[in-house]
Design a protein around this ligand. Structure first.
Ligand code: UDP
Length: 192
């Protein structure tokens, strides 16, 4: 279930199957990270072997942007959809609400992450929000402890790229949550 564009892997599961797969992973308490693949990252990875490794070693490499489905089509591939980072986050929130998976928000300024959380809770009154931490806390161990103590299943990390991807890669072994997504400026979007 993978296509390769210039040595960068992209998940070919369509959105509904992708979410079903993620749901199964959470229920089995397995871990996986989600990265958004766009033409910009594919080009950057051509000159950056460690970025290429980071992308290819992620469990879910979602086709973010029309450029990836165009490249897929030109290469004889099957991807005809796009899943943006914020769209993926919305789908995960919906899944979490339905399945009662616990979510944690890490990143952005205190008022932004709080605002995002409040708006999301309004949209999904029964969504189990495990906790949050702003993106300017310097004590990494404290953040890890907080996420683990919260019992979160899904962690959204909004520190911007590549900081968020590096945080996830560096700490995934120490964290107990199942699914990790770097979401860039999405908390700013949700906070309105
Ligand atoms: N951010 C953070 N800690 C930092 C640097 C940035 O929490 O040390 C947050 C910033 O407040 C913003 C988010 O990262 O909410 C995304 O930043 P940006 O829009 O630059 O990321 P991109 O979406 O371009 O990757």
């Amino acid at each position: 279930s993978i296509e390769t564009i210039l040595d960068v892997e992209v998940t070919t599961l369509p959105p509904d199957k992708l979410l079903a797969d993620i749901n199964a992973k959470i229920k089995q308490k397995q871990k996986g990270r989600i990265v958004a693949i766009n033409p910009e990252k594919i080009m950057m990875a051509q000159q950056d072997e460690s970025l290429k490794q980071l992308l290819n070693s992620s469990a879910y490499k979602i086709p973010d942007g029309i450029g990836v489905s165009i490249a897929s089509k030109l290469g004889g591939g099957q991807i005809r959809w796009r899943v943006t980072g914020v769209g993926m986050m919305e789908s995960l929130l919906e899944l979490a609400d339905r399945e009662q998976h616990k979510v944690f928000f890490y990143g952005a300024k205190e008022e932004v992450v709080k605002g995002a959380m409040e708006n999301i809770q309004k949209q999904y009154p029964l969504l189990p929000i495990a906790g949050y931490c702003n993106g300017y806390e310097q004590d990494e161990q404290k953040i890890i402890d907080q996420i683990n103590e919260s019992g979160a299943d899904i962690v959204f990390v909004a520190l911007g790229s590549p900081r968020q991807e590096l945080f996830i890669e560096r700490n995934m072994d120490k964290l107990n949550a199942s699914i990790y997504q770097g979401v860039g400026g999405s908390f700013d979007v949700f906070s309105g």
